[in-house]
Design a protein around this ligand. Structure first.
Ligand code: BGC
Length: 747
């Protein structure tokens, strides 16, 4: 598959900014969110199901088949004579993508399709704040609705397995419980607008390299305990209306039409009544697409069946070849009817609903949500001698160095590329916030334009950029190095993986040179992935800022200046070196695979589960993140010692803010089963709560954990099973910072 994306543009330092006000960080309720809006409900009324049956009777075979495949890059046919509308889809997980041409990947060049770019989903996950996820989903759904989209192609919940995966930035981290907890409110929020969320990519699409053909081999336990829970939550808790298949294979069969994944688990066990949409050109067979669960085929030609011929959509597996097999009786019409029922259900939930709001885009509320998610998701990794926050002062010169200070981070990356109405660059955000200090700037390094599937080196002279940056650093009291990855090919970008764990484009050398002339350096790390940090000891502060969208620069300035106290926590582990990551420690069989097959050798031990169990010290652990204030956690208790299967474990504690800033802390509860009869991770995240506490104040935390959530997937019975006996409850504020361990017993 070949996408063509625009060349990256560099953000002019002064971009239009319609919003300058300071926001209150917590408890921002979106007044538009209505919990009683029945659009968010899954069940289609009996009345609607009868209407669907009536429509089915009126449709010809040809009209029904036409509903099961694309008619253009992002739409499917309606039935004009019956007033049934087309279905329109758009990427993606963190903003509504600009209009694409009818028949090719070029942008259509509309002038009214710019939107709010929300932070990418790693940032959302790092907030550990489900309420913010609801606001994010609702605002994004409003923008999709305003742009007249029926299906929003997101969220993505593929688990972070390797820091090389070029698409991790679009996903919600390495922990299935965190991803499940955050994805549910997002989906409900989107769907309240009468726009379907489309959770993707189902399943085991955990790398971009060879994504269209690699065969994944993984145990049933890891499948059910690690890779499926977020999809399951999307279906059974959020009642998602659409789901996208993946490109890769699992146990030799393509995942988009998969006996176990689609037919048995999704449509059988989870009773999914929505549509399965292919990834763009991920279907590979008419019989399998028809018989094991694909409902709508989208894409770019199909296995070479005519991208260049006119009406190539008619050649899709679920187009003419499907029609022929229905006519010959090889495929029963009941199979088609099941698909059309689902497609009509999607329409009644979206463009045939009588209860659909109008949507809004680029409004202040959306910018506020984008900024709140961004500031709450930024993670303070290092803060030697209180390097941050930096006070504005007329005697202060701050050098902002690095290409990421001015480069657009909404351009590039693949299908999640956005065309925001504005994007505040880090440099602009810092300049607007620091009115008294002198801000000087150097680009420092250059990464070249972002072009899909292609690396185009920068034409700028690397040496001159470096020399200039060192000069700038010498003149300053403080250096803020704004670097990291870009959204270019082989960086944080769809279609391939990263090829190096360290920072690209000469940044490691540049940081060495800068810290040699200025000792007061802080790193603003712009990535969606973990990177090696050989330079860590040389810098005084590090903030992990992800890709923050339209409000990036303001959010970064909020945190750097201390207007907002950081409270983000890492949604995945930063290993010291690549081989410390579980997937990489088993060599090529495990990543990227040999002869197009890969074995997930680490099995259940993904992310912190691996580091904990194997006692491999991470550089920065899952759940870790500093604050400008200090917290004291006391009275950590559980409500009982003995529980049975239907009980709920209540974990409580008190938290005092003993420092000088208002702030927020995330209390995390992990549970482990010592002496288990099956292989287990030392501990697994089972509950968390983000609490806001004012300086000098105290709050109480209560976290409920259903005993049922301690079940493991028992391969001997192919079902979930609860092991009786003792468990250890760990309470902390990071996977490697545990305040207290308590033993409970399950009988
Ligand atoms: C991506 C999907 C995306 C689709 C449409 C595919 O290449 O994998 O995530 O939704 O293209 O742009």
């Amino acid at each position: 598959m070949k996408n063509i994306f625009n060349i990256t543009y560099f953000l002019p330092v002064i971009l239009s900014c319609t919003f300058l006000g300071q926001l209150s960080l917590y408890g921002q309720q979106n007044s538009q969110t209505s919990t009683d809006n029945n659009l968010a409900q899954n069940s289609i009324s009996d009345d609607t199901e009868s209407k669907i049956e009536e429509i089915l009777k009126k449709l010809t075979l040809e009209e029904k088949v036409a509903m099961c495949h694309a008619q253009s890059k992002f739409s499917t046919k309606g039935v004009e004579r019956l007033g049934i509308p087309e279905i329109w889809m758009a990427d993606g997980p963190h903003g509504v993508r600009a209009e694409i041409s009818w028949d090719d990947w070029a942008y259509a060049g509309w002038t009214n399709d710019s939107i709010t770019a929300f932070p990418a989903l790693t940032c959302l996950a790092a907030t550990f704040n489900p309420e913010l996820s609801s606001q994010f989903g609702f605002s994004l759904g409003e923008e999709a609705r305003y742009r007249k989209k029926d299906v929003l192609l997101g969220p993505g919940v593929n688990i972070y397995r390797t820091p090389y995966n070029g698409r991790n930035f679009e996903y919600m981290g390495e922990d299935p419980f965190l991803a499940s907890t955050m994805v549910v409110p997002y989906i409900k929020g989107v769907q309240e607008n009468g726009v379907a969320a489309c959770v993707k990519h189902y399943a085991l699409n955990n790398q971009e390299l060879w994504r269209d053909k690699v065969n994944v081999e993984v145990s049933d336990r890891a499948l059910h305990e690690i890779y499926l829970p977020a999809f399951k939550a999307a279906v059974t808790e959020a009642n998602v209306w659409a789901l996208m298949g993946a490109y890769n294979k699992f146990r030799g069969q393509y995942t988009t039409h998969h006996e176990l994944l689609t037919k048995k688990i999704l449509k059988g066990d989870w009773k999914y009544d929505g549509v399965v949409i292919s990834d763009w050109s991920s279907a590979h067979s008419t019989i399998e697409s028809a018989m094991i669960g694909l409902d709508i085929e989208m894409g770019t030609g199909t296995d070479g069946l005519g991208t260049t011929t006119s009406n190539h959509y008619d050649h899709y597996y679920l187009a003419s070849p499907f029609l022929d097999k229905l006519k010959s009786g090889e495929i029963p019409v009941s199979v088609l009817d099941d698909k059309v029922r689902r497609v009509l259900r999607l329409r009644y939930r979206t463009n045939m609903s009588n209860n659909r709001p109008l949507g809004r885009a680029n409004n202040k509320e959306h910018h506020d949500v984008a900024r709140n998610v961004a500031t709450e998701g930024i993670v303070l990794l290092k803060n030697k001698n209180n390097f941050f926050p930096i006070k504005d002062d007329e005697n202060l010169t701050i050098a902002v160095i690095g290409e990421n200070a001015t480069r657009s981070m909404t351009a590039g990356g693949g299908s999640s590329e956005l065309k925001p109405k504005f994007e505040i660059s880090p440099l602009q955000g810092i300049r607007e916030r620091y009115k008294k200090a002198t801000i000087i700037h150097s680009m420092g390094f250059a990464s070249g334009p972002s072009v899909y599937d292609e690396v185009i080196p920068s034409k700028l002279n690397a040496d001159s950029l470096r020399i200039e940056a060192i000069k700038t650093a010498k003149k300053a009291d403080i250096v803020l190095f704004v670097g990291g990855l870009s959204k270019s090919h082989l960086q944080d970008c769809e279609g391939d993986d990263r090829k190096q764990f360290g920072l690209p484009f000469g940044q490691e050398e540049l940081i060495n040179d800068i810290t040699a002339v200025n000792k007061n350096v802080g790193f603003v790390l712009v990535t969606g992935n973990a990177v090696a940090m050989p330079w860590l000891d040389k810098v005084n502060g590090v903030i992990q800022t992800w890709y923050l969208g339209s409000m990036a620069g303001h959010a970064i300035a909020d945190v750097i200046s201390g207007d907002v106290n950081p409270s983000g926590k890492l949604p995945f582990t930063f290993p010291i070196k690549l081989e410390d990551n579980a997937a990489h420690s088993f060599g090529e069989t495990s990543y990227p695979g040999v002869n197009m097959t890969q074995h997930y050798k680490e099995d259940l031990l993904v992310g912190y589960r691996w580091h904990d169990t194997k006692k491999i010290k991470p550089l920065y652990a899952f759940g870790y993140g500093l604050s400008y204030t200090s917290f004291e956690v006391s009275n950590i208790e559980i409500d009982n010692k003995l529980y049975t299967q239907d009980d709920t474990i209540n974990v409580s504690c008190a938290i005092n803010n003993t420092g000088g800033f208002d702030g927020a802390e995330v209390i995390q509860v992990y549970i482990g089963k010592p002496n288990s009869k099956v292989k287990r991770a030392l501990k697994e995240l089972k509950g968390f709560q983000k609490v806001k506490v004012k300086s000098g104040a105290k709050s109480n935390v209560n976290i409920d954990i259903p005993v049922n959530s301690l079940m493991f997937y028992d391969e001997t019975i192919s079902d979930w099973n609860l092991e009786k006996g003792n468990y250890i409850v760990y309470v902390g504020n990071a996977s490697n910072n545990i305040f207290n361990k308590m033993t409970i017993s399950i009988r």
